[in-house]
Design a protein around this ligand. Structure first.
Ligand code: SF4
Ligand code: SF4
Length: 374
């Protein structure tokens, strides 16, 4: 692995320090296999409906099933929100620290949330609290709002699987997360908070493992995975909300939204203001620059951010053969050569650094990875 880079941040791209709730979508869209027929018409919030690609699918609202719809090659079950928030659960379970651990140990045998065998015989449990994109702040909000839950879950896993070392890795620039965890200094003595320099793409698990020389016997989990485990197995409910950063240099008022999973992005459109003029939009970060139709974009765990940017990124020029894209590649790929020979790079992390440094605005990362550039 090469030396990593400190990216000079674009000061015109801001991230809000508050979360805005958007928890009343008119409808939600849940992915499903085309052949699955749902017999019922009414659903409760938190109700498990079926499995899709080995994942249990829960409704994030209570309401009426109004049909199936194919959107961008995927079928979705459409549920109309009745706004009653009729819950499958009867309040929050009461738990002490001891009962929490006992419940957790009993529940993991039935839970397909994670491959629990992976925790056996591990020497370290690592929480990767660093975003894999420079302008996304969703993990920071989870660290701030759910500090104790995250610490409890880590402690619970370490106790259950007898993992001796537990570390949380944060970036030195993520001061809010650092402060949040420091407030619990001494409460979870087995958990160490470690601070890393603001290098990119250090939040990528492969890069983090290589940078820290983390052994194979250590398990690395993201903040999202740990929090999901906590909600499912400790609070005993499905995690029906997700965080979405909406930002970019064409935004008047950058936002981080707490949204029901399955909400159509266009329902949020009245909740933020764009500057006048043309823009381009990207999903999941400025480095990765995924292009998706925002009219049909459904907010799920895989969608972490939407960017509205000046159309500069559409003004692609011919390659200058400067080689900058290959110079910066953290995994020593040669994207310049791959572009010339029209080959794909199997070991590409899709970190986007090659795209980021290209003076000709060529979307190098998406061209040399297996993804197609639309
Ligand atoms: S080719 Fe580009 S996107 Fe892929 S790892 Fe290298 S710098 Fe990152
Ligand atoms: S950085 Fe851009 S212009 Fe330079 S060699 Fe790579 S693709 Fe060509």
């Amino acid at each position: 692995m090469k030396n990593l880079l400190t990216i000079s941040k674009d000061v015109s791209i801001k991230v809000n320090s508050q979360v805005t709730n958007f928890l009343e979508p008119t409808k939600i869209y849940l992915p499903l296999d085309e052949k699955i027929e749902i017999q019922k018409s009414k659903v409760k919030k938190g109700e498990k409906l079926y499995s899709y690609q080995n994942k249990d699918i829960y409704s994030s609202v209570s309401g009426q099933i109004v049909g199936k719809q194919k959107i961008q090659n995927t079928w979705y079950l459409v549920i109309k929100n009745d706004y009653r928030e009729e819950d499958k659960y009867n309040g929050l379970p009461d738990f002490t620290r001891t009962s929490m651990y006992t419940n957790f140990q009993a529940k993991i045998t039935d839970s397909n949330l994670f491959d629990w065998k992976m925790f056996k015989n591990k020497t370290a449990l690592i929480l990767n609290g660093i975003e894999d994109e420079p302008y996304i702040a969703n993990k920071t909000f989870l660290h701030k709002d759910e500090t104790e839950a995250i610490l409890q879950m880590l402690d619970c896993l370490a106790t259950t699987y007898e993992i001796p070392t537990v570390k949380i890795y944060l970036k030195e620039t993520d001061r809010e997360s650092i402060e949040a965890f420091h407030e619990y200094n001494g409460t979870f003595e087995n958990i160490e908070v470690c601070i890393l320099p603001d290098y990119y793409p250090i939040g990528n698990e492969k890069v983090l493992r290589s940078y820290l020389k983390i052994a194979d016997e250590a398990i690395v989990l993201s903040t999202y995975q740990i929090y999901d485990m906590y909600v499912n197995l400790i609070r005993e409910r499905s995690n029906d909300v997700t965080l979405l950063t909406v930002t970019g240099d064409m935004m008047e008022d950058p936002q981080v939204f707490r949204v029901k999973k399955g909400t159509l992005f266009k329902e949020l459109r009245d909740c933020f203001t764009l500057k006048e003029g043309e823009y381009v939009s990207f999903v999941n970060g400025l480095m990765k620059r995924e292009k998706k139709d925002l009219e049909t974009l459904i907010i799920s765990d895989d969608i972490q951010a939407v960017y509205f940017m000046k159309p500069l990124y559409n003004k692609t020029k011919p390659c200058l053969h400067c080689g900058k894209c290959s110079e910066v590649c953290p995994v020593k790929c040669n994207p310049y050569l791959a572009l010339q020979t029209k080959k794909t790079l199997n070991s590409c992390l899709q970190c986007g650094l090659c795209t980021f440094v290209c003076p000709s605005y060529i979307d190098v990362a998406n061209l040399v990875s297996k993804k197609e550039v639309k």
